[in-house]
Write a protein that binds this ligand. Sequence first.
Ligand code: 6PG
Length: 471
Amino acid sequence: PAAEIGVIGLGVMGANLALNISDHGYEVAVYNRTVAKTRAFMAEAGALSEKIIACDTLEALVDAIRPPRPIILMIKAGDPVDQQIAALQPLLDRDDLLIDAGNANFRDTIRRFKALEDSGPTFLGMGVSGGEEGARHGPSIMVGGKRDSWQRIEDVLTAISAKYEGEPCAAWVGEDGAGHFVKTIHNGIEYADMQMIAEIYGIMRDGMQMEPAAMAGVFAAWNDGPLDSYLIEITADILQTQDDESGKPMVDMIVDAAGQKGTGRWSAIESLRIAAPAPAIEAAVGARSLSAMIDLRTKAEAVLGVPGQGEFDLGATTLDLLEKALLAGKVAAYAQGFSVMAAASKEYGWHLPLPVIARIWRAGCIIRSRFLDDIASAFTATPDVDNLLLTPEFAQIVTDTDRALRAVLAEAIRKGQPVPALASAVAYFDQLRRSRGTANLIQAQRDYFGAHGFVRTDAEGEAHGPWHSEE
Ligand code: 6PG
């Protein structure tokens, strides 16, 4: 057989990944459940089709790949993956390597990994980020499973991955579900970052009554500063795009109900499950859910009214303050995402390499940015730090942006601008930096009503208060 690798699923991501692989000189065999899609794919592959073997059946696909066969699954996450594995299992050898590259829930990946451990084929769960462009020209790749399985396909995966100053954005991050977990947290951070950008856009649009074209200029300028990132770049581009049909700014013609396929929500759920708080991600997921309730919001507007339109004003430096507030919010969101990974690493025994994860997110993925290079440097310099905010570099950013974040939030809250994710950032900072918080009162209440006990500040072990001495 001629092919070095197979790809199952020729949707947008699978098709582009297959083209990317063949573009790097690898012979690739492809299969799609509906043959018409395979035909259309081959017709569009142009010269690359010479290095691609189109297969109409799974048997043909398996026969076309040189054993031990690496096969990438790029199909819809969930049941389809289990069905596809079941269909492939009788055709594959123990040493063949099945790589699930979809947005799988890491718990499913752990289950599949365990189920195949004895019988084979060998299983890897691989997070892929970067959308269509990334898949075609270089995604960020996060691999979980056995390290020696990763080593078998390391060459092809590093070849097709994005490069940051020549360094490939592909890495093995840990056992079983680690790759899909890291991808899930990537998406949680993506949600928080997007939500905070949308909140700043909301302040500009409703609070300052700026036109999209003017906002585009602001975001484009910010893209030359510390906020430099793919998400800010596309925001500037989106805001200056016109709708051909109406002649209006495209963004004004789009219904404000956000979709979500689950990874952001899983991030929040996992952070709650392992008690590693990520309030910015929770706020972003909540905001997407509330955005989808258009009927309810319309009724609430009729009953409660919309306050403060056009009244957001912090003087001549308003836009600079917004830029700094967004940077502060971003620091909180990323610190939280990385601390969830640190906690999960202990919980699931993964040893997730935080500096490596930051490095492979610098290019290719949706949250790629200059900021991630700074995170990579900070974690490399202080690898065992408990929280990104404790690194000297990020502590400095928090200090430098603190006044702006508070000024923007105070004005937004006063004028009725919704800022759930940005507001969660200041609450996180303020709770985190207080060595004595207020949970002593919560402990007292728990002990009062349920004799749950507490630890005294001046002694070890469980104590109780004299709450009911009269009874
Ligand atoms: C990526 C993205 C991608 C995700 C989309 C849509 O890293 O390339 O995260 O994996 O599917 O962003 O996600 P939602 O539909 O949940 O917004």
